[in-house]
Design a protein around this ligand. Structure first.
Ligand SMILES: Cc1ncc(COP(=O)(O)O)c(C=O)c1O
Length: 301
């Protein structure tokens, strides 16, 4: 497919990281779970969409360490001011939910509402668990804390050759932030293709995550908004709602390479890569960082 796009195209196969079905989240969970174990918690609470890949991998990690996982979810959470998107979306059965069940996680599925309502519901669930005498550790959506982002600073060190550009999906932000942090000051350009219609993500989330990375690593990179390249052009109708160019990317990648993309994240980021290549924005040696998400293909209507 690289030839068709006029690129020297490579793919980093984080869809094959292996743990609990693979994907980018295992890299964050490696560090996040260590933190939970240090807190001596017995119950972990997190949130996301009902087909969250993070919840699936976290469910496996918790189960392996004898911890209970309660995930508070909605099928399609949305930004209050933007409103609920319409269009085809994943269904709340099968796919990741089936695997969460297999792994023994408790997944609460609330009626769709805003992200703020979802985050409030996490607080309520944590209070309920504490009143029941449990020791609770809360992990933010998508594992996007500085500790989670550190997993992607470490991931960058796996590349044994240099690239002009890396293209990656961004949503809760720590994958993108970790990579930008790692390649800051080098000639590699890191492009985050957003899967959420959130123009404020860089200022509100990515910059603070990078500040947290400065504390963890002891470096003083002090990343600013202008250090992040963040594209919103391939979000489509909304988070977790299918886009036409994302669906085209799924078909194209499957048939050209035998590699599956998921409709919520990796399809939109690859659609971004194709779109940027067609606009003449990319050249040279380009790495598509495939973040996984394969199980949600089985939750397509
Ligand atoms: C398959 C997949 N790709 C990309 C992302 C985006 O990563 P992040 O949440 O770190 O921005 C996620 C999770 O949100 C995901 O599950």
């Amino acid at each position: 497919m690289g030839k068709e796009l006029g690129l020297d195209l490579w793919i980093k196969r984080d869809d094959l990281t292996g743990f609990a079905g693979g994907g980018n989240k295992g890299r964050k969970i490696e560090y996040l779970l260590a933190d939970v174990l240090r807190q001596e918690a017995d119950t972990v609470i997190t949130c996301g969409s009902s087909q969250s890949n993070f919840v699936r991998q976290l469910a496996a990690a918790c189960s392996m360490h004898g911890l209970r996982l309660r995930a508070v979810t909605m099928d399609v959470p949305y930004d209050g001011p933007v409103g609920a998107p319409s269009g085809t979306r994943l269904v709340s059965k099968g796919g990741n939910l089936m695997l969460d069940d297999l792994l023994g996680a408790q997944v609460d599925i609330l009626p769709d509402g805003t992200w703020d309502e979802l985050f409030d519901a996490v607080e309520t669930a944590a209070d309920e668990e504490r009143s029941a005498g449990r020791k609770v550790a809360t992990i933010p959506i998508g594992g996007s804390s500085p500790v989670g982002a550190f997993g992607f600073v470490q991931a960058a060190a796996e590349l044994d050759q240099s690239f002009d550009t890396i293209v990656v999906a961004t949503s809760s932000g720590s994958t993108h932030t970790g990579l930008v942090y790692a390649f800051h000051g080098t000639s590699t350009r890191v492009i985050g293709v957003s899967c959420d219609p959130e123009p404020g993500l860089v200022a509100e989330t990515l910059v603070p995550l990078a500040e947290g990375l400065d504390k963890i690593t002891g470096q003083k990179k002090r990343l600013r908004e202008s250090d992040f390249e963040y594209w919103l052009d391939w979000v489509g109708p909304g988070y977790a709602v299918f886009s036409d160019d994302g669906m085209a990317a799924i078909h194209r990648m499957a048939r050209a390479e035998g590699i599956f993309l998921d409709p919520v994240y990796s399809a939109k980021s690859f659609a971004g890569l194709v779109g940027l290549a067609e606009r003449g924005e990319l050249s040279g040696r380009v790495l598509f960082w495939h973040t996984g998400g394969f199980p949600s293909l089985f939750a397509m209507p």
